[in-house]
Write a protein that binds this ligand. Sequence first.
Ligand SMILES: *[C@@H]1O[C@H](CO)[C@@H](O)[C@H](O)[C@H]1NC(C)=O
Ligand SMILES: *[C@@H]1O[C@H](CO)[C@@H](O)[C@H](O)[C@H]1NC(C)=O
Ligand SMILES: *[C@@H]1O[C@H](CO)[C@@H](O)[C@H](O)[C@H]1NC(C)=O
Ligand SMILES: *[C@@H]1O[C@H](CO)[C@@H](O)[C@H](O)[C@H]1NC(C)=O
Length: 782
Amino acid sequence: MLPPQKHTMKTSNNFPTLLAVCLVLTNITFVHGDISDQQDDKINSITWCTLNVQEQSKCLNLSAAVDRDRQRFNPSDFMELVCEPGLDKDDCMMKLDNNAADILSLDAGEVFVGGRHNGLIPLMQQIFEDGSTEYYSVALIKKNTLKNVYNLGDLKGKKACFAGVGTQAGWNVPINTLISKGYMKIFDCNNHVKTTVEFFGGSCAVNSLTAKYNLMGDNSDRLCILCASKVSGQKCTSNDPYAGDEGAFRCLIEKGDIAFLRHTTVLELLKDPSLSSKTREDDLELLCVDGSRRPISEFNTCNWGPVPTDAIMTTSSKTSSARISYQRWLQKVIELYGKPTSAQQSTFTAPDIYWTGGLNQPESQINNNITKSFDLFDSSVYDNHHNLLLQDSTRGLRLFEETQQTYKSYLGKAMDIVLGLRYCPVSKMTLCVTSEPEMDKCIKMKSALKVQLLVPELYCFRGYSQVHCMQAIRNGNADVAVMDAGDVYTAGLHYDEIPFITEVYDLPEPEYYVVAVAKVEDPDTEISFLKGKMTCHPGLYSGGGWIIPMAFLLSNGWIRSYGCDSIQAASNYFGKSCVPGALSNEYNPGLPYDNLCHLCRGSNYRYCKRDATEEFYGYTGALRCLVEGGGNVAFVKHTTVYENVGGQRKQLWARNILNNDFELLCPDGRSSIHDYERCNLGKVKANAVITRGGEAYNYTEVKAFTNLFMAAQQWYGRKSNIDKFTFSMFKSPEPYSDLIFQDATRQLASINSSLRHYSEWLGENFMLARRLVDCRAPGSNL
Ligand SMILES: *[C@@H]1O[C@H](CO)[C@@H](O)[C@H](O)[C@H]1NC(C)=O
Ligand SMILES: *[C@@H]1O[C@H](CO)[C@@H](O)[C@H](O)[C@H]1NC(C)=O
Ligand SMILES: *[C@@H]1O[C@H](CO)[C@@H](O)[C@H](O)[C@H]1NC(C)=O
Ligand SMILES: *[C@@H]1O[C@H](CO)[C@@H](O)[C@H](O)[C@H]1NC(C)=O
């Protein structure tokens, strides 16, 4: 159920160039108009994406009319109309994006979605008979109902009929009103459907279960319960009888308590003879934002807010000349098949409004019988439908100049409503990272999340070490950090911090096996006798690289324990090692043992550092230490060898290594790399995201942080099929690995609240192992 991955960042990078090219093209067209007319790139057809059978047949009739009247077009403006049926608006937006269609009319809310996700731009905007380009969002109810509703908060639990998720009048305006007035509590900052589900009773809001509005695929079906279709593929989609403004109206009449829709649809439907037997204007009224009720005729004062009229969209990839051709063609079509009267003409005098209907009045009188044969603003002949291709209440089209052809410019103030839906009570989440490469990745992630409007906004805090991050989280300079099991222990014990999200690798549970890897060409190294050997560890007190392996060696009695001082034990037993962090008094408050760093690679200040700047830090670093650092054994995760062999990593050290260059060390000898389920030193909990716990635990924050990570991975958690422009959370650019998240991560999962404590989470075995490697820990000043 992944949403379509879009190259929004890519597009925006190219935009200035594209714009420049377009400007040049425009000039050429204007200056050498007749030359460009003869060019090969003259566009011969325009493709309109249609949403249903009725719209398709109206489109075909328009196409036939245009074809018949071709001589009435200026030869350079004539284009054949092609009608391309789409499954729904989403499908049509994709068709435009993929150049399978050229134009489509969209509601203001959809203009935003198409603009952000499909690179669509508005070309023209529909104008009403009175010259206005706004209609109202209204709440329609039946008279003498909802007697206990005195303010909008009393709508809680009521059966609502929405025109559809994402539509401006039938969703964005009412939901934003309920949120901004404080009646509706934010449940998930990145999913207004979930927030709405918590407020209303069984309702109908079509598309509340489609991927675009149901990123994680776990939306409740409560906003589909009232929908009318009995067919499972149709229920609650744009093809449901209760879809759209007309659908919301029907839904109210037949089942609902309240409907949110455009006022224009209410007026149109009350005139519809097929409905007037069921319902009359006197049976209905409007619910105003202050809780009062008014007759429908008072929509000017009793509405929930204005909405810009629908726009005709194309894509930003169209050239200037194509855009101009489409505009001219549309103007001509309105002129030929609209319903101009002399009264309407005079209302359009504003210079920025291009009233195209009726401009050539004398000519259209001559050919009256031709133009009458197709009526653009009447859809009733098509199975009594409304608003096919364009809104029936449209009388003209306003043209946007190229600089105005952006969804932001078109939406204007309505942007605040669209963005208001993304309001989050928690405004930011600061992630603590421990190196420059991690900081770079964090900043990329910040902008990637911003592109998808995910909230709370991500901020990045550069800590010096994991321990520094723990301190920063405690004192509020940061909110979260991703920690290895060993650090989750320290953060819990000393800083009262809790794990709340875990990484998940290739095992069903959020954990990994700890394995001891040796080279095939070094057969003398065995796990029970590592005396004097060269050892490679991801980091001091890392769960898989220190705590579990050292506890394993100590508890088997293969190493002398020096009163559970694993650092001294290792230093005296191994020859040389690389244990990043061994010389840092943040991680090792006791005596420093130089030989625990002798195998490390980092130069100067990077030497033996417990972060990504030491080349032998982390699991991939430990494997590299084995391959080119002279190590005999590396303590790593069961996935580490797989992740780095067989040319997956381009760096020299990894280019020619293969799975079968390595073996696992088991108590009873050696085994293949694939045998980790049997031949391992133990299991460790996967890395986890930590935040403040105990007294400082803030439920609202933790819920918002969790939702942010969960939404983020829906967009950026993918590992395959991504190009280099797309940010990926679970990948790290070479030469680095495991930046912020482990590269082995397949997904992030929320930790069950009963396990949100370090010792519950890490489990008894780990706690025991931790005591074995350092029994002074609870009293140490780590
Ligand atoms: C549309 O075209 C069909 C078939 O060409 C025709 O039967 C129908 O009457 C036309 N409808 C209108 C309103 O022109
Ligand atoms: C328009 O009317 C004229 C005269 O009545 C007729 O000859 C012509 O065929 C009509 N055109 C169409 C397309 O109906
Ligand atoms: C929890 O966090 C939110 C947002 O940061 C804040 O407004 C609220 O006051 C906090 N609650 C408590 C109990 O500290
Ligand atoms: C959380 O853990 C408790 C106790 O183990 C269990 O009963 C509950 O079902 C778990 N909840 C989830 C969502 O897994």
